[in-house]
Design a binder for this molecule. Structure first.
Ligand code: TYD
Length: 225
């Protein structure tokens, strides 16, 4: 578990994604328990957020109207800080990182949802995540996928909705499609989980697949880096 991979980092990086209302929070709590059961030392963090500065940016991003490009740039600015202060030090120490959303969310929300050109994000991704050994990406990304009518029903549970959750149904459909496209382009890293099932059924699949996914991801990274 603690051997070095070719990027020089000892820990592994898992991100969790999905449209609002996909049930990500429940599964994140389960994943944290699973990692603990495996005896893996890990940190839990989130985007936007994860650092004192990032949490301030998060508060603005979730509430304050702003230019669409400002929104995208703030997501990447917060990410730069998060990588420097939290994610990379953890991986270097040998801790694993469990991250609630990462760059795939920018491609999905600001790209698919807002309609900003994906090439701009590829350039920002290269800038913010580029390292000598390549672009720093999660080793494994779990994408919890539900159809728009299911996520809409799960969101409509009476709580106050943030700026993204308040968007119209077609926004969430575009976000979902952009996530699925990104997963199709990188199936070794991004695993699509059908989240339109009972919590138990999803967790059963995760428990069965995670060892293999984490193993194969490591081998793939070894081969390609
Ligand atoms: P979310 O992670 O769903 O938190 P909570 O479960 O507390 O609602 O909320 C973060 C929101 O930020 C979510 O609607 C997606 C959005 N987001 C982006 O638009 N782009 C990004 O790059 C990231 C990381 C998040």
């Amino acid at each position: 578990m603690s051997e070095l991979n070719p990027s020089g980092r000892k820990g592994r990086f898992i991100s969790v994604e999905g449209v609002d209302g996909a049930g990500k929070s429940t599964q994140l709590a389960w994943l944290a328990d699973w990692l603990t059961t495996q005896g893996i030392h890990f940190i839990s963090t989130r985007e936007p957020g994860g650092t004192p500065l990032g949490e301030k940016l998060r508060a603005l991003l979730l509430s304050e109207p702003m230019h669409l490009e400002t929104e995208a740039l703030l997501m990447f600015a917060g990410r730069r800080e998060h990588l420097a202060q939290v994610i990379e030090p953890a991986l270097q120490r040998g801790d694993w990182v469990l991250c609630d959303r990462f760059t795939d969310a920018t491609f999905a929300y600001q790209g698919g949802g807002r309609g900003l050109p994906l090439e701009k994000f590829a350039a920002l991704e290269q800038w913010v995540q580029g390292r000598d050994e390549g672009v720093l990406q999660p080793d494994l990304t779990l994408l919890f996928d539900v159809p728009p009518e299911v996520s809409a029903a799960r969101m409509a549970n009476g709580r106050v909705l943030d700026r993204f959750e308040q968007e119209a149904a077609d926004f969430h459909t575009r976000v979902r499609n952009a996530y699925l496209q990104r997963a199709a382009a990188d199936p070794a890293r991004i695993k699509v989980i059908d989240a339109n099932r009972t919590v138990e059924a999803i967790q059963h699949e995760l428990a069965a697949q995670l060892p293999q996914w984490l193993g194969s991801v490591t081998q793939i990274n070894r081969a390609s880096r």
